[in-house]
Design a binder for this molecule. Structure first.
Ligand code: SAM
Length: 343
């Protein structure tokens, strides 16, 4: 095969990566996948354009690009192209499907994308770009993330959709059936809590989060579930509820080590002996040479938050420093991994 030096195939594909993302994101925002799923029969570009209120020319180019990246399929009859969805698009890209990643796409397209536009400055300055991107102070990460009701809902949608994919693997990474009362600190919409009570029907989960988040979770994301309750609070400035197991899913990665240690110490002091803490993060390899997804998430933490992605030894170090023992690491092979430690 030709070497990259003869012709930079891989480089050019990488350069194009953001455009490929935007092809999918734009189709998602315009409702292409929902329309194709609903229609049940292949549609022409003209038909799609009419239904979605777009130009025919623009829609035709977008649909063709989606065929090019194998997200859609096409058949030509009497010189007219008719487009239909693939099973993958129906399952993950349409809004209403059980495994929809629609909310993840909306957040990436509308919030992450503008932030990454300032990656050069993030790397130069070594800090988040909330000020340059949104005119908000860099110190209060969640004030920026929750800068409006609409933004808060979009962020919550993003958080919610991850557990559609990884939730079951995460809650079953360890046998947690010995923990009766579980508190999901920063539990957001309760998506992981729902996976917990599904896997451990005799356990009850308290979702603990900031007041405005709990209010929105109950209003927009709640599903009747007797085993889940919500509780408002601030895990830095207040107390955390008593529990057998504390879950910190994508919490540690938001913060610098000092704040993580403060939080873990607070949990340790409230946790009963024999109780535990479950960390859920996209873990780097020990030598930091991958997974690429975790390396890229770490840059995302740089541009948006105060934290970073870490290899298992850094989590183990923090857990042991606060007093936890028996640290066990489980890599799921998907986006997120789990670490369990016992007091
Ligand atoms: N655990 C959820 C998940 O993995 O889907 C959400 C993770 S999100 C990156 C961080 C969560 O921590 C948000 O829901 C946020 O509202 C919450 N949070 C941030 N600061 C907090 C604080 N001081 N007290 C309580 N919750 C907080």
């Amino acid at each position: 095969s030709q070497s990259e030096l003869d012709y930079p195939f891989k480089l050019l594909e990488y350069f194009n990566g953001f455009r490929v993302s935007k092809v999918i994101f734009s189709a998602c925002e315009l409702g292409v996948f929902d329309l194709l799923l609903k229609s049940q029969e292949p549609l022409s570009a003209q038909h799609v354009a009419r239904e979605l209120g777009t130009s025919v020319d623009g829609m035709e180019r977008l649909l063709d690009a989606l065929v090019g990246i194998e997200i859609l399929e096409v058949e030509t009859t009497d010189g007219t192209a008719f487009y239909s969805s693939t099973d993958v698009a129906n399952l993950y890209l349409a809004k209403g499907s059980a495994k929809s990643l629609h909310d993840m796409i909306i957040y990436q397209s509308q919030t992450i994308y503008p932030l990454w536009n300032n990656m050069v400055d993030a790397v130069r300055e070594g800090r988040n770009q909330n000020e340059k991107t949104f005119g908000l102070p860099p110190e209060d990460v969640f004030q920026a993330i929750y800068r409006s009701e609409e933004e808060m809902l979009k962020f919550m949608g993003l958080m919610n959709s991850s557990w559609v994919l990884d939730g079951h693997d995460i809650v079953t990474a360890f046998n947690l059936s010995c923990f009766q009362t579980i508190v999901d600190l920063g539990g957001c919409t309760g998506a992981l809590a729902r996976e917990m009570v599904k896997a451990y029907p005799s356990s009850s989960v308290t979702v603990f989060d900031l007041p405005q988040v709990v209010e929105s979770a109950q209003k927009h994301f709640s599903q009747e579930n007797d085993a889940i309750v919500f509780q408002t609070g601030d895990f830095f400035s207040g107390d955390v509820p008593a529990a057998d197991l504390y879950v910190l899913a994508r919490i540690i990665h938001d913060w610098p080590e000092e704040k993580c240690l403060t939080l873990l110490k607070k949990i340790y002091n409230t946790c009963r002996p024999g109780g535990g803490v479950l960390l859920v993060e996209a873990m780097l390899f020990e030598n930091r040479r991958g997974p690429v997804m975790a390396q890229i998430f770490s840059l995302n933490m740089l541009v948006q938050a105060e934290g970073r992605e870490r290899p298992p030894s850094e989590y183990t170090h923090m857990l042991k420093k606060t007093g936890f023992q028996n640290v066990q690491v489980c890599r799921t092979g998907k986006s997120y991994d789990a670490i369990l430690a016992i007091r």
